[in-house]
Write a protein that binds this ligand. Structure first.
Ligand SMILES: Nc1ncnc2c1ncn2[C@@H]1O[C@H](COP(=O)(O)OP(=O)(O)OP(=O)(O)O)[C@@H](O)[C@H]1O
Ligand SMILES: [Mg+2]
Length: 271
């Protein structure tokens, strides 16, 4: 009998938590071969403020893993540590992507290595059309026919973008910009897609649509690490989850089991 949800009580025991998470994973893989991302004992300090205090997590091929937690828990800091986009601050620990350390890579090198991130606030090119934004996502690609096929593929998934292909991105609604940011990231054929709070600030209907797309993208086999404050929808969509509190991973396990866990329900599902 495996413990499905494992509380992590001390930063000294992330290994045990990961072992439990691995045992409980919904997607069977033969790690480490199947491991896309592996973070070990990550610590990040902004000046005197320790924002991340020694967390470990991993994401295996084909998984949708969610990282949930309250404001200021350290979720965005963790994603920025992965992409190397933190401001000048102290970063310790080990981050491996497809078995290789990630330190010191420039954004175009991340794109070459098929690691894409949709940041908080989206960051679309506001003075470019939807179509031009999508082409920017494929700027390293040389096969024009393939790029056109990819645009058509993602327009199928995001019909709202197709209808507005020539519209300037800056005039899109927040939800449409979120869709565009995701579609642009997907144009780069990512092996790993990092999403930071894709549902933030959106209406309930748009949130549903965004999650529908996330499930669709996951079903296409793209590995996803999803940071979310909407814990219920995130855990409903994900295979596994991690809870982050004040810079620490305090709980991890199979997403379905986390949804049933009384501690998750009272702290994150408003029950
Ligand atoms: N550039 C920075 N300089 C100083 N402190 C920072 C900086 N960025 C983040 N912090 C601090 O680090 C902590 C973690 O922030 P982070 O943005 O990672 O949280 P989060 O979990 O993403 O929160 P939210 O859900 O609100 O997005 C917070 O206390 C925040 O104030
Ligand atoms: Mg954040």
């Amino acid at each position: 009998m495996t413990t499905l949800v494992s509380p992590v009580n001390s930063p000294a025991s992330p290994g045990a938590a990961n072992a439990a998470a691995a045992a409980a994973a919904a997607v069977p893989t033969d790690a480490p071969a199947g491991r896309v991302l592996s973070i070990q004992d990550l610590r990040v300090a902004y000046g005197g403020i320790q924002a991340v205090k020694g967390i470990s997590l991993d994401v295996r091929k084909g998984e949708l893993v969610t990282l949930i937690g309250a404001n200021g828990a350290g979720k965005t800091t963790t994603l920025k540590a992965i992409t190397g986009t933190l401001p000048n601050c102290r970063v310790e620990g080990r981050i491996e992507y497809l078995g290789q350390p990630l330190h010191g890579l420039k954004s175009f090198q991340l794109l070459e290595r098929k690691l894409a991130m949709v940041p908080e606030g989206r960051g679309v090119f506001t003075r470019m059309s939807i179509h031009e934004n999508l082409l920017m996502g494929a700027y390293t690609a040389t096969d024009k026919r393939q790029v056109a096929e990819d645009v058509a593929r993602w327009f199928e998934v995001f019909p709202r973008l197709k209808e507005r292909a020539s519209q300037m991105a800056g005039t899109l609604s927040g939800g449409e910009q979120q869709m565009l940011a995701m579609a642009r990231a997907l144009m780069s054929h990512p092996t790993l897609l990092l999403l930071d709070e894709p549902s933030m600030g959106l209406s309930p209907i748009m949130v549903e649509k965004i999650f529908e797309v996330i499930r669709n993208v996951s079903a296409q086999g793209i590995t996803i690490l999803l940071v979310e404050q909407n814990a219920r929808l995130a855990l409903q969509a994900a295979h596994r989850g991690y809870v982050m509190e004040s810079g620490l991973v305090t709980m991890t396990g199979e997403a379905g089991a986390m949804l049933d866990d009384p501690r998750v329900r009272s702290a994150y599902l408003g029950e």
